[in-house]
Design a protein around this ligand. Structure first.
Ligand code: ADP
Ligand code: MG
Length: 346
């Protein structure tokens, strides 16, 4: 049809671009908390405190004692695709939680974001605000050290997303779960989660710095550690550590299965499938093992740049990883006296 009006192509402005990208990074308060706590951990914090109000909807505040951000770098920290963690030359050699330079820009596009920070060498702190994609220049601010990131009124600019949020209670539980996962990954770091709704202050989770087993005992319960097998298996550059529960300590659902790849909490069908497979002979179909599996390898053997939320990974050799998990777990089960019919000698 020659009379059709041809649609024009236009470049979206930065605010729109950030709001679109934010949709993938920030699904709910828990995803914002995950990104902010990861930033604190990347900054080598030893203590991370998270305050939330109304399940994180009206307030998320993450305070850390990490290395901080220089005042002059604050505008860049809030800009999209700006990061201090990689130089862009090798996306397969990632040693930090963050690398995409997207989280703060995304949060600034969907909430009112204030970042206050002070580096060890600085005479004073500095603060910067961004709301609705508009950034004010940094101003001096009082702070002893580290970084405080405050996110208010998440999704006020995207009412459609706001409607998808669940109750305050379930959003708060998802926040706590995100923090528990990261707390398991970083046992030496102290974590506190507080609900500060209505001017109150209720501690929801608290963990002092600890060793790996002590942290697992705190998060998954002392009963878990007493009823779990320590894992230690290696194959072709991969190592499997952590703890897996005895078949007698199984659960009716799989929510207590925690998977980490190079210290990063991940959700992965292949890994959960391998876990299920390893127990197939010793657990009924409707029972699920409790486990915290820590897989480590050279970062080049696994791609974490699969999705903006960084909770998915692709292994270069998935079959190898699956084999290691199945044989590592079956070996531990056999040692514990739960010999499976198909245990293979390795
Ligand atoms: P990424 O983590 O992928 O680099 P972010 O948008 O999350 O992207 O953060 C941008 C940059 O801001 C980081 O690379 C880091 O330099 C700085 N930054 C963010 N949060 C903190 C923090 N809590 N402490 C120190 N620096 C931070
Ligand atoms: Mg980040």
């Amino acid at each position: 049809d020659r009379n059709m009006i041809l649609p024009r192509i236009r470049q979206l402005d930065e605010g729109a671009v950030n709001r679109i990208a934010a949709g993938e990074v920030v699904e709910r308060p828990a995803s914002a908390v995950k990104e902010l706590v990861e930033n604190a951990l990347d900054a080598r914090a030893t203590r991370v405190t998270v305050d939330i109000a109304d399940g994180g909807r009206t307030l998320i505040r993450v305070t850390d004692d990490g290395h901080g951000i220089e005042a002059a770098d604050l505008p860049l920290a809030l800009s999209r695709h700006a990061t201090s963690k990689i130089d862009g030359s090798d996306l397969l050699n990632i040693h930090s939680f963050g690398f995409r330079g997207e989280a703060l820009a995304s949060l600034g596009a969907v909430g009112r974001l204030t970042v206050t920070s002070r580096t060890a060498g600085a005479a004073e702190g500095a603060t910067i605000r961004v709301s609705g994609g508009r950034m004010d220049p940094p101003r001096p601010a009082a702070l002893r050290g580290g970084t405080v990131v405050e996110l208010r009124d998440l999704f006020h600019a995207t009412p459609a997303r706001l409607k998808f949020l669940k109750s305050e209670r379930s959003e708060g539980m998802a926040v706590a779960d995100a923090i528990r996962r990261l707390a398991m990954a970083e046992p030496a770091v102290a974590f506190t989660l507080r609900d500060v709704s209505d001017g109150g202050e209720r501690v929801l989770f608290r963990a002092d710095g600890s060793d790996a087993a002590g942290r697992l005992a705190l998060v998954l319960g002392r009963d878990f550690i007493r009823n779990a097998m320590p894992l230690d298996a290696a194959r072709d550059g991969f190592h499997l550590g952590g703890h897996a529960g005895l078949p007698t300590f199984s659960r009716g659902n799989a929510v207590h299965q925690y998977l980490f790849v190079n210290g990063r909490p991940v959700r992965d069908r292949m890994l959960t499938g391998a876990l299920r497979g390893a127990y197939s002979d010793v657990l009924a179909k409707d029972r699920h093992a409790v486990a915290a599996l820590f897989l480590t390898c050279d970062p080049v053997l696994v791609d974490v740049n699969v999705h903006p939320a960084k909770t998915e990974v692709r292994f270069r050799d998935a079959g190898l990883v699956r084999g290691l998990i199945v044989s590592g777990l079956r070996h531990a089960l056999a040692e514990a006296g739960h010999r499976s019919a198909t245990t293979v000698a390795d």
